[in-house]
Design a protein around this ligand. Sequence first.
Ligand SMILES: *Cc1c(COP(=O)(O)O)cnc(C)c1O
Length: 224
Amino acid sequence: MSVKENLIHIKKELPEDVILVAVSKTKPNEAIIEAYEAGQRVFGENKIQEMTDKWEALPKDIKWHMIGHVQRNKVKYMAPFVSLIHGVDSLKLLKEIEKQAKKNERTISCLLQMHIAKEETKFGMDENEVRALLTSEEFKKMEHVKVIGLMGMATFTEDEKQIKEEFSSLKALFDSIKSNHNTTDNLDLKTLSMGMSGDYKLAIECGSNMVRIGSSIFGARNYN
Ligand SMILES: *Cc1c(COP(=O)(O)O)cnc(C)c1O
């Protein structure tokens, strides 16, 4: 099936309140244009250089989401245009985003990445770290970032029960943090980013309202 057909097929299955991030990492601009022409406007990339090159070349009404691990020294390259940063996993990184957003006279929306998988290799904070970040004086003073939700990745496994447990624990944490922290100018928890090609249906059952789908739209990635 073509990119357009894949996209239409997936869109049909998604509830209306679930935002689709089309993950275009490693894919050429032509593939993105095909999705764009089918109506898609939100795209996800995991490398800042690649995302910046694509932003420069492609239509300016595309919303670019950074879904990968972010190195602090590279935040400045995406600060002028990035729409949402999914992988914020420390106060230090958030401080750098605040600094670069201010320079660009913008407010940058962010998700806090939570570690829910049993794999050590995945990034993210635990519950105590998130609470410490949200209650810190430094965060309270920030005026150029807005934390709008949480993001998490389940363990890479065939075991649906385990995936479900991990997604459900992230949803429970989301609800708990939401009820324990007042909405402020820089904190408004409404987005729960979980689910990829292999597990987005489970993620939606567990309460996700933002899914990041790559290979089911664009085909398998070739890293060579
Ligand atoms: C690559 C990637 C995805 C998309 O993965 P697919 O399995 O191709 O849908 C989603 N989220 C993150 C963080 C990724 O790096």
